[in-house]
Design a protein around this ligand. Structure first.
Ligand code: AMP
Length: 411
């Protein structure tokens, strides 16, 4: 299959060639013709499948074919859950639209809104936005959604996870009823189906690679290790393996900061990326990582979702996620576009239930190893500490109760 046979215009084919793509990905093969036909699409596709080009290329083509406006009203809206994803989608829109007369922009919170308002005033065809800032600017009448012809909800499942349902409903109410709707989601949960039912008209359901198949392509390995030894083991793996670019996941923002500091302390360049970091700090960290000035990017799930880091060789789960699906998203950052990659999870005794859930989802048992010098103790460290703590608590409680009894006796 070629991009040409999908019915794309010469200007778009030129942009695709410039990107170096030789053939469409599976999701692109499936969705591009449907979108060009004007169909509503409900697509299951995670980052790494080429979904962004899947909706951007036909969207650009439709907007250029049916252009009848002199003043440019907003005609297409792409909603994304995070600022990073918004920035990435926007870059794609610009790159694929390079040879077209189409204007686009991106808006998200956490940065000055003045330049965004100014760009919008000058006329924009395609807007990529996160829900909060979009509603802010709409309230201020800096933009209007009254002429939207195409709506894309990208990573809709994550938008629901992040609590954007109310905002999405408000945004929908601001758009004309007659429009083309495209909903992309990594999972098809009940909630997603409900949301889709309220938005899409006779949608065509497209499922690209089921997630666990994508996961199978990645070389996955578990190192069993005590929690307190994880940092030392990670440093050893990075140094001895000469890893030049590694994405490390932690469960919490605090954990990300702490690990980042320790890596820096041992002479490994690292940066953390999570929800508490300012937009400019996140952009800087990601740029440094892409340019290979930063060797380790430490991220939380939400911050990393949708990050476009091509051909990432190593992903490490410093801690396993408590939501099994997040494991698949995390390891989806490696082995992309046919390249091989390695996903390593450092798993302590406390995380064995998470591991069980993940293996159940993947329908496979993951290879588990122990590194010499990092052998885990049988009991969890927390359990050890807790058993001491709980003894302490118990005696305190007893004392407390005694005091209470004494007091009540006095009463
Ligand atoms: P996405 O799933 O949209 O985040 O895209 C993942 C990565 O695949 C990005 O780096 C794209 O530039 C790249 N990509 C998209 N389509 C193709 C294609 N047809 N051939 C090779 N790479 C692609």
């Amino acid at each position: 299959m070629t991009f040409k046979s999908l019915g794309l215009s010469d200007a778009l084919l030129k942009a695709v060639r410039k990107k170096g793509y030789t053939e469409p990905s599976i999701i692109q093969e499936k969705v591009i013709p449907l979108i060009l036909e004007g169909k509503d699409v409900l697509a299951s596709a995670q980052t790494g499948t080429g979904k962004t080009a899947g909706f951007t290329l036909p969207m650009l083509q439709i907007l250029t074919e049916h252009s009848r406006w002199k003043r440019r009203p907003l005609r297409a809206l792409v909603l994304t859950p995070t600022r990073e994803l918004a920035a990435q989608v926007y870059n794609n829109v610009r790159e694929y639209g390079e040879f077209l007369d189409i204007r686009s922009t991106v808006i998200f919170g956490g940065v000055n809104q003045k330049p965004q308002v100014k760009t919008l005033r000058n006329g924009v065809d395609i807007l990529v936005a996160t829900p909060g800032r979009l509603l802010d600017l709409e309230n201020q009448k800096a933009l209007s959604l009254a002429r939207i012809e195409i709506l894309v909800l990208d990573e809709a499942d994550r938008m629901l996870d992040m609590g954007f349902l109310r905002d999405i409903k408000k945004i929908l109410a601001l758009m004309p009823k007659k429009r083309q709707n495209l909903l992309f989601s990594a999972t098809f949960s009940k909630e997603i189906k409900k949301l889709a039912g309220g938005i899409l008209h006779h949608p065509v359901l497209v499922e690209a690679t089921p997630e666990y198949l994508t996961a199978e392509k990645v070389d996955q390995k578990i190192y069993r290790v005590n929690k307190s030894k994880k940092t030392a083991l990670l440093i050893k793996l990075i140094s001895e393996g000469n890893w030049e670019q590694v994405l490390v996941f932690t469960r919490t923002k605090h954990g990300a900061n702490k690990l980042c500091k320790k890596l820096l302390g041992s002479g490994i360049t690292a940066a953390a990326i999570h929800g508490n970091k300012s937009q400019s700090a996140r952009t800087k960290a990601l740029a440094g990582f892409k340019k290979r000035e930063v060797r380790v990017l430490v991220a939380t799930d939400i911050a990393a979702r949708g990050l476009d880091i091509p051909l990432l060789p190593h992903v490490v789960n410093f801690e396993l996620p408590n939501i099994s699906e997040d494991y698949v998203h995390r390891i989806g950052r490696t082995g992309r576009a046919g390249a091989s990659g390695q996903a390593i999870s450092l798993v302590s005794h406390e995380e064995k239930d998470y591991l069980k859930d993940i293996e159940k989802l993947l329908e496979q048992k993951l290879l588990s190893e122990v590194v010499e010098g990092f052998e885990p103790s049988d009991q969890s460290e927390d359990q050890n500490k807790n058993s001491k703590k709980s003894h302490f608590k118990k005696s305190k409680r007893k004392r407390g109760n005694r005091n209470y009894n004494r007091r009540s006796n006095r009463r």
